[in-house]
Design a protein around this ligand. Structure first.
Ligand SMILES: Cc1ncc(COP(=O)(O)O)c(C=O)c1O
Length: 287
C-alpha cells in the first residue's frame, strides 16, 4: 500500500506513513479491540448499516460504548473512498480501548479509544479465480468460545488459515465437537438435495453480513433454507459447500480434504445464488 494514501486516525485524515499510535495501545498489547471489513463498489459502501450495527455489538461485547454515531462513521468512510470512486475497495475499520498509562490487564475506568480506518483495492482477478471453485481442509476449531465478537485477536484464525495454505488450500472449515462452525475467515453453507443449510448464529461463529445476505437472496429465489447444525458426516456428503465473506463473496468449495465435493465443480444452486448476488451488487453501483 502506498504511504501517500490517506487513512483515518482519531479524527484526522493523514498519509499512512504519518499514522502513528502509542506502543501502550491496548490493541497492540492485549488485542483489546474490534474491527470491521466493509466492501465498497464504485465508491458505494455495501451493507454499511449492518456492518456498523455489528461493530457496535462487538464493542458492547467487550464493554465499550459506541465510539461515534453511524452518521459520523458514514461521513468518514465516504471521505476515505472519495479518491476511489472508480474502483472496488475493502474498507478496514478498527477500534481499540486506546493507550493506558502503563501495561495493566484490568480495564481502565476511563479511556480514549483509538479509531482507525483505511481502504485497499478488492482484487477482482482473485474473485474470478474463486468462481472456478476452491479447495478446503477441515481442522479442529481451536479458537475461544466468543467467536461472535469480531475481535482483532485473530491468532487462532490466522494459524488455522496458514495450515490450509500450507496444504495449498484456500480455506479451513472448522469443526467443533463434530459440527462445522465456520471457515477461518468465512461462514459455511452446504446444499443437500437442493436445500441450503448453514449453522445458526451462536457464540461459535461470526454473524456474517454476507451469510445474512445469501440467506435473504436465496429465500427470495424460492430456495429452501434452513439454519441448523451441520455434522462432519453431512459436510463430507454434501452436494455443494460454499464459504462466504464480504470481500470473497460466495466461494464454491469443489474439493474438501482432497476429495471432490459433489461433481467436483461449482454446483447449480451456487450458480443461481451467485448470479443473484452479482445482480444485487450491480444495482448498488447504479444507484
Ligand atoms: C471468522 C469469520 N467468519 C465469517 C466471516 C464472514 O463475515 P462477513 O460476511 O461479514 O465478511 C469472516 C470475515 O472476515 C470471518 O473472519
Amino acid at each position: 500500500m502506498s504511504s501517500q494514501l490517506n487513512v483515518f486516525l482519531n479524527g484526522e485524515f493523514l498519509p499512512l506513513a504519518d499514522a502513528k499510535i502509542s506502543v501502550l495501545d491496548r490493541g497492540f498489547l492485549f488485542a483489546d479491540g474490534v474491527y470491521e471489513v466493509i466492501p465498497a463498489y464504485a465508491g458505494k459502501l455495501f451493507r454499511l448499516q449492518q456492518h456498523l450495527d455489528r461493530l457496535n455489538s462487538s464493542l458492547a461485547a467487550i464493554r465499550m460504548q459506541p465510539v461515534m454515531t453511524d452518521l459520523q462513521w458514514s461521513k468518514i468512510l465516504n471521505k476515505l473512498l472519495e479518491p476511489h470512486a472508480q474502483s472496488d475497495q475493502s474498507v478496514y475499520v478498527q477500534v481499540t480501548r486506546g493507550a493506558g498509562v502503563n501495561r495493566n490487564h484490568q480495564l481502565p475506568e476511563q479511556y480514549e479509544p483509538t479509531m482507525f480506518a483505511m481502504c485497499q483495492p478488492i482484487v477482482t482477478d482473485s474473485l474470478d479465480t474463486i468462481a472456478n471453485g476452491i479447495s478446503a481442509i477441515t481442522l479442529d476449531d481451536i479458537r475461544w468460545d466468543w467467536c461472535h465478537i469480531k475481535s482483532v485477536a485473530l491468532l487462532g484464525n490466522i494459524l488455522l488459515k496458514q495450515q490450509a495454505c500450507d496444504q495449498h488450500c484456500t480455506e479451513a472449515i472448522l469443526l467443533r465437537d463434530g459440527f462445522a462452525t465456520e471457515g477461518s475467515a468465512s461462514n459455511v453453507f452446504i446444499v443437500n438435495n437442493k436445500r441450503l443449510i448453514t449453522p445458526p448464529k451462536s457464540h461459535h461463529l461470526l454473524p456474517g453480513i454476507t451469510r445474512d445476505l445469501v440467506l435473504e437472496l436465496s429465500m427470495q429465489a424460492g430456495i429452501d433454507c434452513v439454519e441448523r447444525e451441520i455434522s462432519e458426516l453431512e459436510l463430507f456428503s454434501a452436494d455443494e459447500i460454499w464459504l462466504t465473506s464480504s470481500t470473497k463473496e460466495i466461494m464454491p468449495v469443489i474439493e474438501l480434504n482432497r476429495q471432490a465435493v459433489g461433481k467436483g465443480q461449482p454446483g447449480d444452486v451456487w450458480q443461481q445464488v451467485a448470479s443473484h448476488y452479482s445482480q444485487f451488487k450491480e444495482q448498488l453501483r447504479l444507484l
